[in-house]
Design a protein around this ligand. Structure first.
Ligand code: HEC
Length: 169
């Protein structure tokens, strides 16, 4: 009898904890509606296409190929105007992955350019870590070709807004 009670208690705990984990994970998922509500899409588009904010200032970054430092340019330079990737940028050794919302956060789209496994769904937190520190959602360090940007949380939201919009095309 006693053992049964223990088992029941442990089972309840396990169920409660997994419930909390599920809630926490759902709360982390990117909510396109909430992003689009607040995102400044003009700014996101400008960063994506030119590497400059809508107001004109360049985003600073480390890593990335030398020509990007010299000539400037945005995400589109490597991931393509429509975000479909699959290009081999000059002096890079890795093909670019697609980066629109559905590829990053859709149902576990299992593609990364490199041979390091599928990538788990991107949350805004994972997106921030990738964009600033170059660590992908699968925990691997991104190739040097992918710049590490100095980008604010608001700007990351603007950019994600534009990556959501790119799926409409
Ligand atoms: C000079 C080329 C270049 C530029 C510019 C660039 N990227 Fe990348 N990006 C890459 C490459 C190459 C990879 C693949 C890295 C790897 O898998 O190791 C990558 C990876 C990524 C990933 C990871 C996707 C995954 O499957 O895990 C995201 C997200 C991303 N880039 C978004 C952006 C955004 C947003 C910008 C603009 C602010 C940008 N990139 C600018 C080359 C570039």
């Amino acid at each position: 009898m006693k053992i049964n009670k223990w088992l029941a208690t442990i089972l309840m705990l396990v169920i409660a904890i997994s419930g909390l984990v599920a809630i926490a994970m759902a709360a982390e998922a990117i909510d396109p509606g909430a992003i689009l509500d607040k995102a400044n899409l003009k700014n996101g588009e400008s960063i994506y296409n030119t590497g400059k904010r809508a107001k004109g200032a360049h985003l600073a970054f480390t890593a990335g190929p030398n020509w990007l430092h010299v000539e400037g340019g945005g995400c589109a330079e490597c991931h393509g105007k429509r975000g479909w990737g699959n290009t081999m940028p000059t002096f890079c050794t890795t093909r670019t992955p697609p980066v629109t919302y559905k590829y990053l956060a859709g149902n576990g789209y299992p593609f990364t350019a490199r041979q390091d496994g599928s990538h788990p769904v991107y949350t805004m937190r994972a997106f921030k870590t990738l964009m600033r520190a170059g660590i992908k959602s699968n925990g691997y360090e991104a190739d040097f070709c992918m710049p590490r940007y100095r980008i604010s949380v608001d700007e990351l939201r603007d950019l994600m807004g534009y990556l959501i919009k790119l799926d409409d095309d």
